[in-house]
Design a protein around this ligand. Sequence first.
Ligand code: NI
Length: 493
Amino acid sequence: MTPHPPRPSTPRRRLAALAAAAAVLSLLSACVVIDSTRDGSAPPNSTAAATNRETAEQNSARLASALRSYAVVDDTSSPRLDVHLFGLPGATSLAAATEKSVLERFRSAGAFAGRQAFSPVLTAPDQRWDAERFLSPNLPTPPTGSAAAQAPGSAAASASAAVDLSNRIVAAGGRYLISTLSAADGAAQAAGPETAGTRAFVTDLETDSTVDAADLFTVAVDPAELSADETGTLRLRGRTVAKADLTDLGRDVSATLHTPLSLPADADTRDPDFSCALLPCVALTYDDGPGEPEIEEALLAAATTANVRLTYFLLGRNVKNSPEVVARMAEAGHELGNHTFSHPQLSTTSVADERSEVAATDDAIEAASGIRPGLVRPPYGALTKTAAAALAHPAIMWDVDTEDWRHRDRAKTVEAVRTGARPGSIVLMHSIHPTTVAAAAEVFAAVADKGLYAVTVSELFSDQRLESGAEFFCRSYATPLCSNPEHPAVHRD
Ligand code: NI
């Protein structure tokens, strides 16, 4: 278990890999020189090739330091999953295209287990690939259509009950990134051509748009046959692509690949590249604040250090007292929700009072931060159907109660998260207690160590509709209990 949030690779391993790559490249370049000077004269473009090679190496190194690594590995279920994906902060269109394709393949292979959605699995962070494994441009194509893999009863037949996917970078330069998503699994191949084999994408990092790499070519191409040489020159079936075979976009991209890579500038590296439909997520929520400014500042600092975003459910009266703290929470990119103005039990509050409690708090948070909250957490989790309907917001409950307010114990808070949090969980804590804030760094590390991705509540449900008047206890993957008020994890007053 790693004590820190996962990184694609350690600097030392990355350096070692780059050194190895450089050694291979220098061997390759030696071959090129010997080959091209066989007639005794240097080729006119050797300087350009050397420059391109240097640019390609620099682009590769830039990517290695920016890429993030994700793994969905489950050896116990059927189909077995062995999925390795890179993400690039800011390249959301590529992540979305990749995720869509991955989930399609999961569905066709039976990984949804008869449900509407995939249930993300916990995968230990040490299962994630190092960045350089996504950067090998000329990896051998996975074998396709192996008859043995589909022969029933054979040892290879069990391999057909596996989903083995990875995405890789073919080439990158300027504003463009070319990547592939490849399946090495018999099951996906058996599911039909639309889910089999390799897909290739071209991403414009400047506009954050991703299209099929087929758009680069005037001829039909097999994406699995797409590669690039050490100078960053596109290749098809191992040969340099003829200009006539490239569309206008293709010519633009292939020329731009020889220029320095321009990575997305304003990416928020706290957002996982893939959604909670694929990744196991957890939302860490903090109620009753803002508390004492120095306590809240300590929590904000811990969240910054761990590179995570939190969700605060704030009390209107406290917001009025410390609007500057609320502004800092918003500036830091955390989600702000409504916890009523004076913390009444809404199940025994009149509808008129309930509405004014919620509206006054929305107003106070908006005045302090410029953000009008979309979510409400009812105090004590106390709601009746009437009270829930009168909220006019979705009610965000929780499935992991740390009871931090009761025991006021740092270690117990950490342990409650460590043992209770599972994919889709909403964890209840309170930012007004120093013991809770003291536990924060360990809480963040505990969820990261489990392979959970800490997200805001809105991110947790980003692909689902949060209806006003409904109660949400966790993200529902496998059980309807998450959106059912009778969830056994919740104890009402
Ligand atoms: Ni509360």
